[in-house]
Design a protein around this ligand. Structure first.
Ligand code: ADP
Length: 580
């Protein structure tokens, strides 16, 4: 962490240079008032204090205080605004990284943990480079200037003797260093787990209520908060130990100084004014040693946060680096003996897939839940590392050779779990094509069979949806997501069970629209309802990671396998539904 901070400090030489210079100036000026008190007392004791002297001392005293105030305020403002700038740039850097990382990374880190890293960890780092820097510079310069003035204007012998207990205190604080690091990390992790819990509760509060799990959740939450409390208490115990021990050593130091000073006064080697100002200096010195002990805590907090932030900056999403071959169109996609295993899994999820999709074709993918349908299309989206031994090619070249961004531009993906933003309908659809005109939006709204729903919304395309807006049904969400996918007019459109919440008739209307407007373009439809793929060029039936049946819908019916049985079952259900 220190080397990173140091390189940041070197990048802003003026800010940190002026800050250090002003801190030095402030420390040098800080001893002036006390020195004046010493002169003032000695003049009183020696009975040579005149009015002129008094006003002279007072004038310098006041000027020094005003100057210290101005100097302090300048360097503290400079330092802290730089600390906020540091937080800002780090947060942007982290955000950029989060946007680059892909699925395997998000499976390793939980949302609450990531949020803690983006917020409080960055704040702690800002504190370390701001408040921590201030503690180091001001306390070191302060301690040095007090020591120098004590040695020069009072006595080096008394200074040495009184400083000894403070050195012991410094040694004790450094012993605590390692322990505090571990405690901070445990405390921070407990807070991150708690944040995650809160996120999940907020997301799933309706389900919890519906299942009557409120009490259970409350108990679990109580358990988590008491874990945070326990960790915080341990930390407080250590932090709390520093204060009383500091007082003990400071008291010892003052007592030693007092006894030895009294002896020196008896010997005529020290004045009363010197004794009083020596005690004030000691008080100031122990204040700065106190401040230095605070550095240990700020440093440890910063160090733990630094590790957490660095983990993201250096995280690998396990997806191979993008190739550099440009990709402008998808003429063919072919899987040859392709198998894939999730990084966290022991066995392949899809096995020996042989499949060819030509430009302009519509491919239907059906099969039982968990048979590997989504896993198969995830390979095209490059969400996971591609299996290099099995062949997955686009235009007869391995997919890894292409630039990932080029590939992404050509694909429109409408996932199972529709992700809409808490903005208006137009924003959510335009997300697929920023420059889309209002007419284009209305067109895709019509293709997604959403026009009637939109007309019922009082503010039409400007209607806010999501957390702060109107609640919309799952089927409406899915249709907005489809409109978003369509507006891009992608070379390859993938619908991943994205019409599961709309009724069969609406689904058929939408699928028909898609087929009409996407003539000559490639479409992959994953679905549970076979009617959605009845007009597809080819359909595959997945079963336990393998292609169990493959052919045109008519050929599959003729095969009388899973597709045929499922077809009969669904037709029966539909007929029953119509008869009700
Ligand atoms: P389908 O789309 O046919 O319902 P999936 O492709 O989603 O099936 O899942 C196939 C299998 O892979 C399931 O057993 C599922 O548990 C497993 N699986 C899905 N996603 C992951 C993942 N990210 N890590 C490990 N296993 C996964």
């Amino acid at each position: 962490m220190l080397s990173i901070f140091w390189s940041y400090i070197k990048k802003h030489p003026y800010i940190y240079g002026i800050t250090t210079l002003f801190a030095l100036l402030s420390s040098a000026l800080a001893v002036v008032p006390n020195y004046l008190i010493q002169q003032f007392i000695d003049s009183m004791v020696n009975q040579n204090l005149t009015n002129e002297n008094l006003f002279f001392y007072l004038g310098i005293f006041l000027a020094a205080i005003v100057l210290i105030y101005l100097v302090d305020i300048t360097w503290v403002v400079l330092l802290f605004s730089q600390s906020y700038r540091y937080q800002n740039s780090l947060r942007s850097q982290l955000y950029r990284r989060l946007l680059q990382l892909r699925t395997p990374f998000y499976e390793r880190f939980r949302s609450g943990d990531l949020m803690t890293r983006m917020t409080s960890d960055i704040e702690f780092l800002g504190d370390t480079i701001g408040y921590g820097f201030m503690l180091i510079v001001s306390n070191i310069t302060w301690a040095l200037s007090i020591l120098i003035i004590m040695i020069l204007t009072i006595s080096w012998k008394v200074t040495l003797l009184s400083v000894l207990p403070l050195l012991f205190f410094a040694w004790f604080v450094f012993k605590l260093w390692k322990k505090v690091d571990v405690l901070y990390e445990a405390n921070r992790d407990a807070v991150a787990t708690l944040s995650n819990e809160v996120l999940e509760v907020v997301d799933g509060v309706r389900v919890m209520r519906a299942y009557g799990k409120k009490e259970l959740e409350q108990q679990q939450f109580k358990k988590r908060t008491s874990q945070v409390l326990e960790k915080a208490n341990q930390l407080v115990l250590y932090n709390g130990a520093v204060g009383p021990i500091a007082k003990l050593f400071t008291g010892l130091s003052m007592a030693l100084g007092l006894v030895y000073s009294a002896y020196l006064i008896g010997q005529g080697q020290m004045t009363v004014g010197e004794l009083i100002s020596f005690q004030i200096y000691l008080g100031m010195l122990s204040g700065s040693i106190w401040g230095l002990s605070d550095i240990v805590l700020v440093y440890q907090q910063g160090n733990v946060s630094f590790r957490k932030v660095e983990e993201i900056l250096e995280a690998d999403d396990l997806v191979e680096t993008s190739g550099n071959q440009p990709l402008t169109g998808i003429e063919s996609i072919s899987f040859q003996d392709y198998s894939f295993q999730y990084p966290t899994s022991d066995t392949p999820t899809i096995e020996k897939i042989n499949l060819e999709i030509k430009q302009g074709e519509t491919l239907g993918i059906v099969g039982p839940t968990g048979s590997g349908k989504t896993t198969l299309i995830r390979q095209l989206l490059r969400q996971y590392p591609v299996n290099p031994t099995g062949g997955l090619a686009i235009n007869d070249q391995p997919i890894q050779q292409y630039h990932i961004a080029d590939l992404e531009k050509l694909i429109g993906y409408v996932p199972q779990e529709h992700i809409l933003f808490s903005k208006n309908v137009a924003y959510n659809i335009r997300f697929g094509k920023t420059q889309a005109t209002e007419q284009e939006i209305h067109d895709v709204v019509a293709f997604a069979d959403f026009t009637k729903d939109l007309n019922r919304m009082t503010r039409g395309l400007d209607t806010l949806i999501g957390e702060k807006g109107v609640s919309i049904s799952g089927g409406q969400k899915q249709r907005i997501a489809i409109a978003r996918g369509l507006i891009r007019e992608p070379e390859l459109l993938i619908l991943d069970d994205s019409l599961s919440a709309v009724d069969a008739k609406t689904e058929q209307v939408i699928i028909q629209n898609i087929q009409d407007i996407r003539q000559g373009q490639t479409t992959i439809i994953i679905t549970h309802r076979l009617s959605a793929v009845a007009k597809a060029h080819k359909v595959i039936v997945m079963d336990q990671g393998k292609i169990a049946e493959y052919g045109t819908p008519e050929a599959l019916l003729a095969q009388k396998g899973w597709y045929y049985e499922q077809h009969l079952k669904q037709q029966l259900e539909e007929n029953q539904h119509e008869n009700i």
